[in-house]
Design a protein around this ligand. Sequence first.
Ligand code: CMX
Ligand code: CO
Length: 145
Amino acid sequence: MLTRIDHIGIACFDLDATVEFYRATYGFEVAHTEINEEQGVREAMLRINGTSDGGASYLQLLEPTREDSAVGKWLAKNGEGVHHIAFGTADVDTDSEAIRDKGVRVLYDAPRTGSMGSRITFLHPKDCHGVLTEIVTSAAASEDH
Ligand code: CMX
Ligand code: CO
C-alpha cells in the first residue's frame, strides 16, 4: 500500500546553487547527499516533514553525473524542473508487481538501490498520464519487513 509522498524529484544543472536557493528561500536544510552512479545522479535530500508511519517526505534535488543519464537527457530537453514524484510503501516488491498486473509498465524487473539505502522502481510516465512515478521502500522500512 502506498502510504505517503516520499519525495519529489527536481532536476537541476547546478546542485550546490539549487541547494542554496532552497536554504535561503525556505530554510530547508540538506539531510543527506550522495552520488548514485547507477542512476547517474549527484543528489541532495531536503527533509520537509516526518510522517506518522515513521517515514518522511523530502525534496530530492538531482544533478546529472553524465549527459546520457535519465536526468541528463531530461534536462537537455526540458531545462530545470520537476522530474518525478515518488510514493512510499513498506513493500515496493509487492506493490510494484500489483501495479504491473494492472498493465502499467514497471521499468525494472526488480527494485534497485535509491537514496539512503532505499529500494526503488519506476513506472513509465506514458502509462501514468505524463508523470514519471517512483515507488520507494526506505532502508528502515525494509528492515522492519
Ligand atoms: N516525466 C514525464 N515524461 C517523461 C519524463 C519525465 N521525467 N522523461 C521522459 N518522459 C517522456 C518524454 O517526454 C518522451 O515523450 P514523447 O515521446 O512524447 O516526447 C518519452 O517519455 C520518452 O522519453 P525519452 O526522452 O526518449 O527518454 P527515455 O525513453 O530514454 O527515458 C525513462 C525515459 C522514463 C524510461 C527514463 O527517464 C528512466 O528510465 N527513468 C527512471 C530512472 C530515473 O529517472 N532516474 C533518475 C532519478 C533517480 C532517483 O530518483 O533516485
Ligand atoms: Co527519486
